[in-house]
Design a protein around this ligand. Structure first.
Ligand SMILES: C[S@@+](CC[C@H](N)C(=O)[O-])C[C@H]1O[C@@H](n2cnc3c(N)ncnc32)[C@H](O)[C@@H]1O
Length: 348
């Protein structure tokens, strides 16, 4: 199944979650792994706003067995609930696959029970509406009356969606977006799927459809896409691999030192970043006597900044340079050469 998702997409049967082997494989492996990405990215990007009485409405397109809701429950439990008095959620889930929707509903119900057990003193409620629909040939407006959401998810879904309709899909989502509502697109960290997301990013910018809140720190075209046909912007998430995933990975010949994905968080109003804030968009580029990394930020547009540190300049101020991972947000004065006194701070 992993090969089918990563290499030979065409070998996946249409509506593959109808087959019990695919559905249980998805639930056993891809669901928890993708849900953890969601938890981590919601926390990193602060996509959910804390409040005493939390009230959140979610829409999930191509929800599968409930990846977004599983990841969100975890993020809410860890980051929002401890400081809140009450929590009210409403989930609208759309998928072509009725069985996957039923799985999502069942996961929702048991996650809700668990949450209530963990926080017996808080008022917690959550409801689900499931909608069976084919988003390729039905408009969202045919499936869903006009209503507003705080967060709209489309996770690992766009790559199954016709390329020429993707911009239109995101445009159409805007009327479902609350004034402060956000759209969260996530795709596998493969060259093809990530570069397609980068192209969609540029279309959204060119057509001035919506603002990009993360991972980009600017509202300009993607400098990496302009620079070459090779690289793809993706994010690494550090994790402690659970034993059972490690066993499955071993059997399937997969290596998962990090969780990886590409994503876009979209919103109505842009955030502003300073000329000293940078997103790390490459791994370490090591050569004799030096290390380099590519950084993306408003301070060097329309180009990426290639930052280089010679080994002899390694110092306390810049020691973080060695530990940076793709997707990290750092603060550093704009300079292509890092010296002993260059200060590098990690921001998230
Ligand atoms: C790779 S799964 C992703 C599931 C979940 N969002 C996740 O990230 O784990 C893609 C999902 O999109 C759904 N899907 C594919 N084509 C669809 C269509 N035309 N209309 C509605 N859902 C569709 C599939 O049934 C499947 O549940």
């Amino acid at each position: 199944m992993s090969e089918a998702f990563t290499q030979e997409r065409s070998s996946l049967p249409q509506n593959y979650l109808n087959q019990k082997e695919y559905r249980s494989g998805y639930i056993l492996y891809f669901l928890p792994v993708n849900a953890l990405k969601v938890t981590s990215l919601l926390q990193r990007t602060q996509a959910l706003t804390p409040s005493k009485n939390i009230s959140l409405r979610f829409l999930d397109l191509g929800c599968g067995p409930g990846t977004a809701l599983m990841g969100t429950f975890q993020a809410v439990e860890e980051s929002l609930l401890p400081e809140a008095e009450s929590l009210e959620m409403h989930w609208t889930l759309i998928d072509q696959n009725r069985l996957a929707l039923q799985d999502a509903q069942a996961f929702h119900d048991s996650l809700l029970n668990e949450l209530r057990k963990k926080f017996p003193d808080k008022k917690i409620s959550s409801t689900v509406q499931i909608i069976v629909g084919n988003l390729f040939n039905q408009k969202i407006s045919q499936l869903l009356p006009n209503q507003k959401f705080d967060l709209i998810f489309a996770l690992n879904f766009l790559n199954e969606f016709p390329r020429e309709k993707r911009l239109h899909l995101v445009e159409g989502l805007q009327k479902y977006q609350d004034e402060s509502g956000k759209i969260f697109l996530m795709e596998p960290a493969l060259r093809l799927t990530s570069r397609e997301l980068m192209k969609l990013h540029d279309e959204l910018i060119t057509h001035e459809v919506i603002s990009i809140l993360s991972p980009c720190l600017h509202q300009r075209e993607c400098p990496m896409l302009a620079e070459n046909n090779r690289d793809w912007c993706h994010t690494y998430i550090d994790w402690r691999i659970p034993d059972w995933i490690a066993k499955l990975d071993h059997l399937a010949g997969i290596k998962k030192e990090y969780l990886k994905c590409s994503f876009l968080l979209l919103g109505k109003k842009p955030k502003t970043y300073s000329n000293q804030e940078w997103r790390v968009v490459s791994g370490p580029l090591n050569s004799k006597g030096k290390t380099e990394r590519l950084l993306c930020g408003p301070g060097n547009l329309p180009h990426l900044l290639r930052a280089m540190r010679q080994d002899k300049d390694e110092a306390f101020n810049n020691h973080l340079f060695d530990q940076l991972e793709r997707g990290d947000l750092v603060k550093m004065e704009k300079q292509a050469r890092i010296y002993k006194d260059t200060v590098i701070q990690k921001l998230d």
